[in-house]
Design a protein around this ligand. Structure first.
Ligand SMILES: [Zn+2]
Ligand SMILES: [Zn+2]
Length: 216
């Protein structure tokens, strides 16, 4: 995916490249890119919650009631394409090398997996800077007081600076989405799993159609 995005970037978005910092050391350019990636991730995540049309796609990720090591890959393909694009573009903007991009992607994936792994960890004082399994569990909560909190991807600083951080560090709430019509995968047979997976992929489009076509 990164190779495809790089090709698209080189052909159509090269004007975004930050030429003024080309003389900076690689580590400082990468640090800048990581902060930019993370801020864009925070902002894009907030938009996916606030814009109803986008929330229908993001709801699949939030629908899991028992978070686990694989919740991070329970993402609608359209939600995935949008977030991946946002993740890579800033790295291209600072001309990060392929090994740096690969290293960042791997680290990012491990961290995201950790934060979804249903662990009772809040990382002590590191929580002031980093997203933790506890803070992201709050983000997945279906409790009213946790709604629209903790949008951070890697760093918690954006939520703290912009007023969306939920301060309590010892809460591990129930998770899920507030839609009894969401097609959860209750049955375990292969056929039922295929049907529920298909229904989950189609779910956002049906929700969009419902919102565009008034019911009679
Ligand atoms: Zn979310
Ligand atoms: Zn999540």
């Amino acid at each position: 995916m990164s190779t495809l995005l790089r090709t698209v970037y080189d052909r159509h978005l090269d004007f975004l490249t930050l030429r003024a910092i080309e003389g900076w050391p690689m580590w400082s350019r990468v640090l800048l890119a990581i902060l930019l990636v993370d801020f864009l991730g925070w902002f894009h995540h907030l938009v996916r919650h606030k814009v109803t049309m986008l929330w229908h796609f993001h709801a699949l990720h939030h629908s899991q009631r028992e978070m686990n090591l694989f919740t991070d890959v329970r993402v609608h393909p359209i939600d995935r394409i949008a977030s991946q694009t946002i993740q890579f573009v800033p790295l291209f903007m600072v001309h990060a090398s392929f090994p740096v991009i690969t290293g960042w992607v791997l680290f990012h994936q491990v961290w995201t997996k950790l934060c979804h792994a249903n662990l009772r960890l809040s990382f002590g004082p590191l929580r002031y800077v980093l997203v933790t399994p506890q803070s992201h569990r709050v983000h997945h909560s279906c409790a009213v007081q946790h709604a629209d909190k903790n949008f951070g991807v890697m760093f918690s600083i954006w939520d703290r600076l912009l007023g969306t951080y939920y301060e309590q560090r010892d809460e591990y709430p129930e998770c899920g989405v507030d839609d009894p019509g969401f097609p959860m995968e209750y049955a375990r047979t292969p056929g039922a799993l295929v049907r529920s997976t298909w229904a989950q992929l189609v779910y956002p489009f049906l929700q969009l159609r419902r919102s565009l076509v008034p019911s009679r």
